[in-house]
Each structure stands twice: as C-alpha cells, then as structure tokens.
Design a protein around this ligand. Structure first.
Ligand code: FAD
Ligand code: UDP
Length: 365
C-alpha cells in the first residue's frame, strides 16, 4: 500500500490525525476539496490583519495536553473573549455578570442585590423549564431574557424561544462576579499569525492535495490506502440514502474600513430584532500588535441552510438526532473507514474537543 492513511479533510480533525500518524512514521496523504487547508478555522491576512473567514474562533480549553499540543506548533496570544451586547442604544457586558446586572438594575452593587432581582423575576417559572424561554427566565429573569437573549436566539435559530430546547442556553455562563471573560476554561488565546499557520505547522512534511474531492475517486483511494479517515458530512458519505441531515448556515459580509478602530472590541452581539445580523466581528482586536491603519469587520447573518451553502450548526432536534444515529450505525459497519470531526459525527464540537477526539480515535486505530 502506498499510504497507511488517506485523510479526507484538512480541518482540525484531519490535521491532528495526520500529525499524530506522521510522528509515528506512517505514510499519510491529506486531501481537501477546498482550495485551502484548515477547514473552518481558516484565517487569511487582509491589510495586515488575520481575518477569520468562517466565523470568529477563540481557542479555549481545560485540557492541558491539548493546550500543550497546540502550543508546540505556534505561540498563542493572551486574547480573552469578552463580547459586548448591543440592544437599541444600550450596551451591556457579556456573559451575564455583575457588570451586566448593575447596568440592567440601577440599585445593584453587590451579588446579593443581583440575586434579589433574579430571584424575584424568576418566580414566574414555578416548574422545571421545558423550553429555552423558561430556561432563560429561570437563569437570569425576564428583563435580561428580553433584552439580551430573546432576539439573538430567535435570529440565530429562526424559531421562537418557546419552541427551542433549553440546552442551547446552558453553556452561557452566569456569574456573580465582575468578570467579563466569556469562558470558564483555564487556557485561552489566539494563535499568533493566525489559525492557518497553526494547521500549516501541524501538516509540515505531510503530502496535501487541495481542490480534491474524495467522491471523485473513491475506488482509487481505497486501493492505495490501508485506511480512510473521513471528516466530511456523514449523510453525504452514504449518498443521503436515509435522507439529509439539517444544518443552520451563516452568511458573512466582510468590509475593509478606512478606520483604525471601528467598534473597540473583537465581538459585538446585536441582541434585538432591529438588525438582522447577530454579531459584528472586528478582526484586528483578536491580535494586539497590528499596526494597520485600516480595519476589517464582518457582519454575521444566520441563514437557513440550502444546498451549496456551508454547514455550520447542527440542528439537534429528535428528527435529526435519530437520523444521525442511523447514519452512525451504518458508519460503524464500514470497514477500514474512520469517521471523525464535526461533519462526520454531526456534532457541535469546540476546537479543543475536536483535537481531544482525534487523539482518542487515533489511539484506538
Ligand atoms: P472542518 O473544519 O469543517 O473540516 C472538514 C474539512 O473536510 C473541510 O475543509 C472540508 O472541505 C473537507 N471535506 C469535506 N468533505 C470532503 C470531501 N468529500 N473531499 C475532500 N474534502 C472534504 N470552536 C472553538 O473552540 N472556539 C470558537 O470560538 C469557535 N467558534 C465557532 C464559530 C462558528 C461560527 C462555528 C460554526 C464553529 C465554531 N467553533 C469554535 C467550532 C470549530 O469551527 C470546529 O470545532 C472545527 O472547525 C472542526 O474541525 P473539523 O476538522 O471537524 O471540521
Ligand atoms: N446567546 C444569547 N445572546 C447572546 C449570545 C448568545 O442569547 O448575546 C444564546 C443564543 O441562544 C445562542 C447561545 O446563547 O445560540 C450560544 O451562544 P454562543 O455564543 O455560546 O455560541 P456560538 O453561537 O458562538 O456557537
């Protein structure tokens, strides 16, 4: 056999798997149907600024082995995600913390004051929350729900909050401290020089073919490799034989502005219905050393997925979870094919979990 592994997809899962195999002396080929490596964490330099082409990516993890692993390729900066939320002409700190509470209620100075308001407002939910609206109100009360959650969530999912499952909101921290850090993880940062550089280093010394679709040559690939590592969509692998899995998509509108500093923060959430976008990203604020006299901003519009668009968020309702399970069943019977990553597992995966999962899957193969 010419290769031990042919890896379909040069995203973070494929790159991690390829890197581990190469270190073990295996013969590896990575192919990707896009014209670039790095999958959805791809960054590209524009006006001296690293632009996150498929949405803003902040690396955060509690896994020391994953943090040490990524730091062995590139240095990370000290970026800490602290989004701002705008509704009408008001501005709040995210995630929900004492800065948010003291601005929402003007008699809040201490955690006890904040709790008094939250406890009072959450009384309207006198049972276990059954949907996202009830979950949100029982976490932070109706005032915050209506200003900072309802509009954002309805734009993001194109459904009413009373029809959405409560788990979506559960990963948003609620803190009784004046701490604007969006994540609770121990380690956080952005690779200096961008994510593409990180993946380039991971793939150093490995043969990579871009603009190459696995489905154009399946038989040939199976002939020349012991194993295929597939990181594309699981339903596509099986030619949608059981039906198509649903996704939410996004549309990005990116502009170069003749300004040094447009919004003063990397991430500004727009939580009301007065605009259709959910976030505006100003990429230079992910870095600290840009001297660019210009700035690059991206407006992020949630979109219903249609054929030809990028797949971003899984839709984890019963129908899709059941269908994904049926495809997983088929996948488990495929000989010499390993399925991994967000598309092949139909799973919302943070970057550190993707790397962790590639560690595990590689070890077991
Ligand atoms: P991908 O990056 O999608 O890679 C799969 C690759 O396979 C693609 O390059 C694709 O072209 C290729 N491929 C598919 N089919 C074929 C085929 N038939 N032939 C050849 N190639 C093929 N995570 C965080 O930790 N922090 C964040 O801040 C964060 N922000 C996010 C923001 C958004 C908007 C989204 C949607 C996700 C975010 N994530 C974040 C998650 C992160 O993007 C994923 O964890 C990561 O990109 C998954 O990597 P992957 O290799 O599984 O998939
Ligand atoms: N969310 C919200 N208001 C905000 C930001 C997030 O209500 O300003 C909710 C929304 O329901 C969203 C969920 O929290 O779908 C998760 O958001 P997060 O930013 O953690 O995830 P991402 O969209 O970046 O994957």
């Amino acid at each position: 056999m010419k290769y031990d592994y042919i890896i379909v997809g040069a995203g973070l899962f494929g790159a991690t798997f390829a890197n581990l195999a190469k270190k073990d002396g295996k013969k590896v080929l990575v192919i990707d149907r896009r014209g670039h490596i790095a999958g959805n964490i791809y960054t590209e330099e524009v006006e001296g600024i690293q632009v996150h082409r498929y949405g803003a990516h902040i690396f955060h993890t509690d896994y020391k082995d994953v943090w040490d692993y990524v730091n062995s390729f590139v240095e990370f900066n000290r970026y800490t995600n602290s989004p701002i939320a705008r509704i009408g002409d008001e501005v709040y700190n995210m995630p929900f913390n004492m800065n948010t509470f003291s601005k929402i209620w003007n008699d809040v100075f201490t955690p006890v004051d904040a709790l008094r308001h939250i406890e009072e407002e959450k009384k309207e939910i006198d049972h276990e929350p059954t949907n996202l609206e009830e979950q949100a109100i029982s976490l932070v009360g109706r005032t915050i729900y209506e200003k900072l959650i309802k509009g954002y969530t309805e734009k993001q999912w194109n459904r009413s909050c009373t029809e959405l499952p409560s788990f979506i909101i559960k990963r948003l921290p609620v803190r009784l401290t004046y701490d604007n850090n969006y994540f609770n993880d121990r380690y956080q940062g952005i690779p200096i020089g961008g994510y593409t550089k990180l993946v380039e280093k991971m793939l150093e010394g490995i043969e990579v073919k871009l603009d190459t679709n696995y489905f154009d040559n399946i038989d040939e690939y199976k002939k020349i490799a012991n194993k295929i590592v597939y990181t594309g969509p699981i339903d596509e692998y099986f030619n949608y034989s059981l039906g198509e899995l649903d996704w939410r998509s996004l549309r990005f509108d990116t502009k170069i502005l003749d300004e040094v500093n447009h919004q003063g923060n990397a991430v500004v959430n727009y939580t009301g219905h007065e605009v259709d976008y959910t976030r505006v990203i100003e990429h230079k604020h992910f870095e600290f050393d840009t001297t660019s006299p210009k700035t690059v901003v991206t407006y992020e519009y949630p979109a219903d997925y249609e054929k030809g668009m990028e797949k971003y968020y899984t839709v984890n309702d019963d129908k899709n979870n059941e269908l994904a399970n049926k495809y997983r069943e088929l996948a488990s019977k495929e000989e010499n094919v390993i399925f991994g990553g967000r598309l092949a597992e139909y799973k919302y995966y943070d970057m550190d979990d993707v790397i962790k999962s590639a560690f595990e899957i590689y070890k077991n193969n």
